[in-house]
Design a binder for this molecule. Structure first.
Ligand SMILES: Nc1nc2c(c(=O)[nH]1)N[C@H]1C(S)=C(S)[C@@H](COP(=O)(O)O)O[C@H]1N2
Ligand SMILES: [Mo]
Length: 508
């Protein structure tokens, strides 16, 4: 045995462990099902011949699961140790082996029915860790051509420094990952068990809001399907007991509200369509949900807004902020501190425990998730996250319409064909939607019902007669202020995209 062998073995072992820890931490933090360790253990369980498995279980009783996990880990770590020993002799071997092991891991995860993309993310992170850490640790060690493979200073020092750093960093990641995972688990339990004092619960969908055309976005967006936009790498996880909202700035009385304070007030419940300013024409960064929460204007009235104020700076637990026109929070549009989405406590990703929902404004100036601070102020005294980055100060939602059927590039049958989609002008309301086939005359679409106060999108539908060949469908909406969407296409920056949505498709 060459004297470098123990070092290489150590490098392999440490690499193996580091990858398992980063992979598992990723899954903890993302709160995904089926971490890599358990998934591979399940794979081993399922492919162990029944008689052997039965015999083993009868021997070890209740310990079968911990032993299965430990056994899987020991085999993996032994393999990784061997990979380390081979690393300098066969330079390609480590990467190939890590790749194959990751493939097995991926298979183990994806074969389980309740796995998600997040479950697989752990494997990807683990593989990257293996490849990077494996190189880092073996690089300082002598290769086969070097002086009989003995490890002299400074190679030894370099190796030990790197190994120490890897050990400390991975231990840190593991501890943080498991803490974050545990906190998230606790919050998910608390969300599941919460009984909010909601009168209308999940809210009933207004009659006639759905036109029954297959392919149009469902009028109510399920929380799972609702678009997600934020700057948080991992969402803040805030148990409701720890949540607190400070209301301060240009007010007569500073307020500090707890979650229980909020729930003891009368809750407003309302359908509101939320949209992102970065939504391209035809894009899907928009969703409609039934929200429940406390009216912001009641909270502001209690605090007593001083004259001269025209803005409210909202800050999230993760430091993100936005400035909202005071008038939009105090007028009749029922801006709310929302605690529920579609009748359930807000999902963590959508701002649990409390977020702001303001009908008619884009999310980046209004819809703060994980909201913890409201400062009544003046626009000329503040700059917020997105306005600092070139987006406009005020963010009213622009009147827009989208074609959902047909999809771009779709091939449909010749003859009569139902087209449709959605249109929105939150808090103004959609008056009319028109569609145009192949540059012909504009035809008026059928409209579905909107939610109360016109704070929601509407579905639209129409029918066209299709000949064989390529076709183009265009849509435009007119809102209740009488404004018809301009055909001029503008970029989403700085205040939202304008222009008509157009879809090219063909009929055969
Ligand atoms: N804390 C926080 N809140 C935020 C954001 C953010 O980055 N951080 N993004 C905003 C933007 S740009 C939009 S469009 C909406 C999106 O809300 P959703 O992810 O629940 O759909 O949240 C808003 N609230
Ligand atoms: Mo957004």
């Amino acid at each position: 045995m060459k004297r470098s062998t123990p070092y290489l073995a150590g490098a392999g072992l440490l690499t193996g462990v580091a990858g398992v820890i980063t992979a598992q931490s990723t899954v903890w933090v993302l709160q995904a099902k089926n971490g890599p360790v358990d998934a591979v253990a399940a794979l081993v369980r399922d492919y162990t011949p029944g008689t052997v498995a039965h015999w083993l279980i009868s021997r070890v009783g209740d310990l079968d699961k911990p032993l299965l996990r430990a056994g899987t880990l020991i085999i993996l770590v032994l393999l990784c140790t061997w990979i380390g020993i081979q690393a300098r002799k066969r330079p390609l071997l480590p990467d190939i082996c890590y790749f194959l092991l990751a493939l097995i891991g991926l298979w183990a995860v994806l074969r389980l029915p309740d796995s998600t993309v997040e479950s697989a993310m752990g494997i990807v992170v683990g593989l990257i860790t293996w490849i990077v850490v494996g190189r880092m640790l073996t690089a300082p060690l002598p290769g086969p051509g070097d002086d009989a493979g003995s490890v002299e200073q400074p190679a030894r020092r370099a190796f030990l420094t790197r190994a120490g750093a890897v050990a400390v960093v991975t231990a840190g990641i593991g501890i943080l990952g498991s803490l974050q995972g545990r906190k998230r688990g606790k919050v998910e339990r608390e969300r599941r068990l919460a009984r909010l004092p909601l009168e209308k619960g999940t809210g009933s969908v207004p009659p006639g809001s759905s036109l029954g055309v297959a392919g149009i976005a469902s009028w109510r967006t399920r929380a799972d399907d609702f678009y997600l936009i934020d700057t948080a790498l991992t969402p803040p996880v805030i148990p409701y007991q720890e949540w607190n909202l400070r209301v301060h700035g240009m007010v007569e009385r500073e307020l500090n509200l707890t979650y229980t304070d909020l729930l003891s007030r009368t809750l407003t419940e309302d359908w509101v369509t939320l949209a992102c300013v970065s939504n391209e024409v035809g894009g899907d960064l928009i969703g409609n949900a039934f929200w429940s929460g406390v009216l912001v204007r009641e909270v502001l009235a209690q605090a007593g807004v001083k004259s001269g104020a025209d803005a409210v700076m909202q800050t999230s637990a993760d430091g993100w902020n936005c400035a909202t026109p005071l008038s939009a929070l105090t007028d009749d549009r029922n801006a709310m501190l929302a605690v529920a989405m579609n009748g359930k406590p807000l999902p963590v990703e959508h701002g649990y425990p409390v977020r702001m929902v303001v009908p008619g404004l884009y999310g980046y100036v209004s819809a703060t998730k994980w909201l913890v601070d409201l400062e009544v102020t003046r626009f000329d005294q503040v700059e917020a996250y997105w306005t600092e980055r070139g987006w406009s100060e005020e963010g009213p939602v622009l009147t827009q319409s989208r074609i959902d059927v047909p999809r771009g590039g779709e091939e449909v049958e010749v003859g009569r064909f139902q087209v449709g989609g959605v249109a929105w002008a939150q808090h103004t309301g959609i008056m009319k939607v028109e569609y145009q086939l192949d540059g012909g005359s504009w035809r008026v679409a059928r409209l579905g019902a909107a939610g109360p106060d016109d704070d929601t999108w509407v579905q639209w539908a129409g029918s066209v007669e299709l000949s064989a060949g390529d076709h183009t469908l265009v849509v435009r909406a007119t809102d209740k202020s009488g404004y018809t969407q301009t055909s001029v296409r503008t970029d989403v920056l700085p205040s939202g995209a304008t222009g008509w949505h157009q879809v090219d498709f063909s009929a055969t």
